[in-house]
Structure formats: C-alpha cells, structure tokens
Design a protein around this ligand. Sequence first.
Ligand code: DAH
Length: 344
Amino acid sequence: MLDTLEDIRLRGLAQLEEAADPAALESWRLAYLGPKGRLKAALAEFQALPKDQKAQLGQQMNQVRTTLETAFNARKLALSAAGTPDAGPRIDVTEPGLLSAQALGRTHIISRVRDELVDVFARLGFSVAEGPELEDDEHNFVKLNIPPSHPARDPIDNFYVDPPDRVSAPRMLRSQTSTVQIRVMEDAVAQGWGPPIRIISPGRVYRPDTVDATHSFMFHQLEGLAIDRDITLADLKTTLLQFARAYFGPDAEIRLRPSFFPFTEPSAELDMKIALKPGEPPRWIELGGCGMVDPAVLEACGIDPEQWTGFAFGFGIERIAMGRYGIPDIRLLFENDIRFLNQI
Ligand code: DAH
C-alpha cells in the first residue's frame, strides 16, 4: 500500500509536468484526483485494511492528496498565466507583419525617366521651368511664330476649350511644351532676371490623335531652351551630345537632319544612336526637334536678337521610356494595370 501511494505521488507529479494545455490538465485531474482516479481507488483499498494499519497509511494518503492537489493548482495557474499577454513576449515584434505583404507603390515609369532626364540636364546647368497645361493661342502658336494659316492650328488637330463666357479668346490644352519657352522668356524680361536663360521643362501635351500602339491623345515632352550672348549651333550640338553620352552611355552619337519648325531657324530633327536596351546594338532613334531660336520669337518676347541668340530642343519622353524598357504599346503606360506596372 505504501508503495502504491509513493507510486501515485511520483507518477502523478511527473505526468502533471507533461500536461501542457487545459485538456491534458483535465484528464490528469480525472486520472489522479477524480472520482474514478487513482487516489479514490487507493482509498477503497485503504478502507479494506485492518484498523491498526489505517492510522499511519491514512496520514500518508492525505499527504499525497495534498501534494497532488497543490501541484495541480500551481500547474493550472502557470498554464493559464502563460496564455495571458502580460506573461511575457508571446508576440514576436520582429516578425514581418501582415501589412508588409501588401505591395508598395513606386514611381511610375514616365516619372522615373523624366526625373532621370532632368537630373542629367541639371548637371549641364539647366534648371526646371513649368508652364500651364491649359494654354492660350498666344503662347501655343502666335509668339512661337506659328501664323494663323498654319495647318498646326487647325481645330481638328487641337483640343480647344470654350471660355466660360464664350466671348474671350478660346483656350486650349497645350499641344507642345514649347509654350514654356515663351512663358520663361516673358518672365525673364518682365522680372529682369534674364537672359541669360537656361531651362528645361518636362510636361504633358495633348493632341487629338487616334489612339494606337504609338499614339496617345496625351503624352510627355521635354523642352529645352538656352539664351545667351554668342550661342551657336555648335553649343546646341555639344549640349545634346553631352546629354546623350551622360544618359545613354559613352558610345552614344547624335545626328541633326535639316528640317523646319516655325520657331527655330535653322531647324533640325534630332536623332540619337543609342542602345535603348542594355545589350542591344545601338541604332538611330528619332527623338524630336531642335534648332536656333528664331529672331522673331526672341522679339515677340522682348529680347533683342541683335544681342542675344539661343537654341531650343524638344523630345518625347514616352519614346525614350518605351525603348529603354522594351514597352511595345504606349497604352500600357496609361492604363495603370498593376500587373504591367509591377514589371518595370
Ligand atoms: N515643339 C515641337 C513638337 O512638338 C518639338 C520642337 C522642335 C521643340 C524644335 C523645340 C524645337 O524646342 O526647337 O513637335
């Protein structure tokens, strides 16, 4: 009997240590302290004993019961305390949370290329100028030396916007960033800070083109303007070459093909021989137009063409972005499909 009680105590304590959750604890309680448990069984055995053995064993039995009950209560307390938050760092605060699985936004490809271009021209001494997207005839055409008869002014080719009063001059969504040349020259003269002038202006332009893989009714241009004493075509060419090499790599070449724009004289189409994609052989890509600022444009802005000369250029940002990142269709740039945007 004594052996049995010692066995109940030792095994009971050992098994109690192994009970790690409320269910295990409860089955332990039933097995040892319950009405059909081992202590109850021992009690039945005890009662059958002769009287003289009962005194000593009874004491022993009470001790074992008290030991097991005390251990049980302590274990129960320990287990339930472990489940409460203040019981210690149950939450690993260093573990990545659910939120980190959410996609982070990033700069749109057009903005990225625009910033890169601005960065290169900033290093060449150009600062960024801005102009309104809702423009007037004066800045989009007249002062750029584009006469009323010019086909570029055809209402079919422009987004004209009726003025609210229907009386004052109609406005339009600018069809080229060359408008900013005019605004900057006017400002420089009115505020007396220039010339010299050396600006670039990236921004949106709008034309009612039929949308297809290479045309969009809205796209982006980067305009450049430099006015100083004795600026020549050589300065234009050097600036564009320096830009091409800084942005596309030391092997880049440029080519100017004679052309016509009303606001430059002489005018040229600008091609660059560049590897748009890394690893590709360089090829000639048509990027935009450029030329020496027409004296009539300087005069229209109040700048004396006898004292000052200048060059200007303008090229499309989409063309560079699409070539560089192998984007086959301009519409992909503006549909904002996350599956596309995540790839570039
Ligand atoms: N504005 C012209 C266009 O949209 C591009 C251009 C040509 C800009 C010659 C210039 C320039 O500044 O000098 O087609």
